[in-house]
Each structure stands twice: as C-alpha cells, then as structure tokens.
Design a protein around this ligand. Sequence first.
Ligand SMILES: *Cc1c(COP(=O)(O)O)cnc(C)c1O
Length: 492
Amino acid sequence: MIYRSTRSQGQEVTTAQAIVQGLAPDGGLFVPKEFPAPFSAAALKEIFALPYQDMAKKILALFLTDYSAEQLAEIVKGAYGQQWDDDRIAPLTDKKAGNYYLELFHGPTLAFKDVALQCLPRLMKTALENSDEHRGIVILTATSGDTGTAAMRGFQSLAKTRVIVFYPYQGVAPIQLKQMLSENSDNTVAVAVEGNFDQAQTRVKQIFNDPDMNSLLADHDLTFSSANSMNVGRLLPQVVYYFAAYKQLLDHEAIAFGDPVNFSVPTGNFGDILAGHYAQKLGLPVGRLICASNKNNVLTDFFKTGKYDKKRDFYVTNSPSMDILVSSNLERLLFDLCQNPDTVKSLMERLNTKGEYQLPEDMQKKLSGFWADYATPEEIEGEIKRVYEESGYVIDPHTAVASLAAKRFKEEDDKPTVVLSTASPYKFPETVYHAISGQTVKEKGLPALKELTDLAGPAPKAMEAFLGHSSQEIVIPADNMANEVKRQLDLD
Ligand SMILES: *Cc1c(COP(=O)(O)O)cnc(C)c1O
C-alpha cells in the first residue's frame, strides 16, 4: 500500500518507509493513499468469529500489503502473546453502571499504549529487513505519561534502535514516573523537560525536521523515527480492538449483528479515537464516536464550533495523559474530511502562526459522526465514585472522563455504549483512592498504591516489574532538547 503526506502531493512512500520514517518530511502525517474498501457483511461475520490475534492479522493485512502473511503472523504472535494477562487481549466487561468497558490495559505497562507499542517495534524491525535501510533508528518521542514506558518496554533490547523519551517535568503521575525510571534497558532513556507536553511534542517535531540534525545523524549512520501516534504503525494496531469490542458484544448477546454501537474515547492526541473512525470506515457498525476530553477541552470546542483554538490556559490535571492542547492526529481526520493537502497545510500553518483555525463549513458538516464533551478534575473523581458505588467496578481517571461523557450522551441516545478503558486504576492511586474513599493518601507513589490495594484489592501482577530500582531523573530546559539528543547519542 502507498502512503502519502497529509500536507503535500507527491510525498509518497511504501508502508515500510512510512513506519520507519514516522513523520513525512514536509511535517505532515502519513495516511493511506487509498483507504481500503469496507468489509462486506459476510467478511465482518467471519472476522467476529476470530480470536484477537487472527482479527489483528486480517485488519493489519489491509494496510500493510508489503508485509508477507508469514511476517504478519509472526509480528502478531509476538505482540499479543504471554505478556498479556488476559488471552482476549482487550476484554470487554459486562454492563457496569450503564456501559460496557473495553479494558485495554492488560499489557506489560498497564495502559492502552501497549496495544500499539508491543506491535510497532516488530513492524519496524520487519520494515527494516524488507527495505534497504541499514542505518540505526533513533526513536524520539514526547510522552504525556504512558507512551514513555510503553515505548521503552516495546523497544527494549531491540537491535539497532535507540529510544529517547521526553516527558513534562512534574507533569506525569508518580507511578508513571516510577515506571519510566525503572525501565533500564541499554537502548532506552527518559528525560524530563521543563515545559508541558505540547512544548515537548512541538520540539520533537522540530528536531525531526531539522536538516542539520538529520545530516548529523546520517553522518553517524543513524536516522530518526517516532513512536508517537503520529507514526501510522502505531495507529493501525488500535483499529483492531474496536472490532474486538463489537465481537464481544455479539458473544454476550448484548447486540444483534449490524446494530450500531457508540464508543466513548478518552482523548489526548486523537490517536485512539481516530482508530475508531478508521474502524467505522472499514464497515464496523459504529453509531457515534464520543470524543471525551479533560479540562484541556480544546477538542470539545472544536467539535461544537469547527474552531480549533489552542490559545488558552494549559491545565495539569488528574488525567495527565490527556493534558494536551495540540492533538496531532486530528490532522489525519482533517485530511479525511477534505482529501486536499493544500487545505490541511494552510489550516496547520494557521494553527502554527495564529494559534487557531476555523474549518470551512463543508468540512465542519462532516463532523457529525462525533459528539464531544469534557470533564473537570472534580467531575472525574465524581464519576469514579459513581461507577464504584453503582457496580463495585474501579476505573482510572482517564476512563472516567469517557465514562462521564457516555453517561451524558445517553440522555440523547441510548444505544449500547463501549467506554474505552485506557489505563489500570492502579497507575493513578492518589486520585482513585481519594475519589472512592474521600480520604487523601498519606504519601504519593508506591505508598499510595499500597493504600489503594488495601481498599480495592490487589494490583495487576505486571505492576511488580516497576517496583524495583529506578534511575535518577534527568531534567533539562526545553531549549536543550536538541543538545540532549546529541549528548545521548554521543554526537557532539
Ligand atoms: C494516551 C492516553 C490517552 C489518550 O489517547 P490518544 O490516543 O492520545 O488520544 C488516554 N488515556 C490514557 C490512559 C492514555 O495513556
């Protein structure tokens, strides 16, 4: 399959190149040049009979036509194996407090980022083998918390790859920080940046596209790539679990084949929900996609008014992985709405220079498949408490954002709704404990985790991997990120 940039004509690459490069050289994102045709009803029925891994093979094969069937089988087997503590990979709960919860946190780092980041390194490795790229790969990634650990874990010890993760200093949760600092593979490092996620992500994009940095890397036989959801290889594996959710609703006899289902998605960089949009384009019967934001509610306003305006206060909230004002993957949706790279380019330029853009009316009309809402930190705690009291089920603060949006949308539309549950509540014990008990934990981090397990039962086993030694935090000013990359790679 050919991939193209969202921002100009002519920048066309193979799947393997799109995955290895991560970002298009013009700063755009890679999208399929021709989106695969939707599955027929018969094909959908076949897919819904399959276990997760086989479903993944079928769906990935549509987009990754330059991988052989054997290669895809090998990748999927490695990505969705024993490192998951549930063989359904993405198990769906029974109805709890009005909704079904799709638990995406059964992988090694207890967040939904594992679904993609157990797969991406394997896709990249095979892409390198299939192409004539012999250079080492430097993965630069900005993280709002969960991508960092999941990327470090996914790429750990993978030959010819180095991973440098930048996260906002004091902008991630204590357990997330502990997780990143406890990953101690030779080829991965996490660095704190004095600034917020958006600043780190913008700098990463700049470093990526900086000609001097790129030639310096080339001199050392290295090249950049990305493990952020800007990388299409990260997005595609996420399409699969929308199908897996639908399959499980059918298996539970909660719906009949063909019934539309709403999905409520806790959204930050717009990767997860975009995968839902792709699933819908492939023929999955999706009702509405509910875009749920926290107090950084730029997307809520965007879906209501067609105006994207990032000129607003940035809040550090109790759902840190969604503390984002520039949602990179929205660019892929914009491209989808207009199919015109010139339009996308000019909107992105306006965002860059003016901090805002207004969608043309014809594009705005096409947003009707989405519904949007947001939750404040207090509302998040209230929703954790409500779900716990009504059903005994413990959800994390990010999931709570989507859960609350789903509850509100139910007043308009009572279709069955799947809430994407993006992290284990044990990653955010301070907030969850406070929400449920009304008490503040005595000490953040591991002691808080202990208090939550005393209240709500044992944490998943995978948490044990993060309780050991952790390295010292490295903190740098945002202006020093490029130099830090050189330092980490011994390029000075
Ligand atoms: C990354 C993340 C999100 C946001 O997902 P996007 O794909 O960036 O929209 C939501 N919840 C959790 C727990 C996350 O780690």
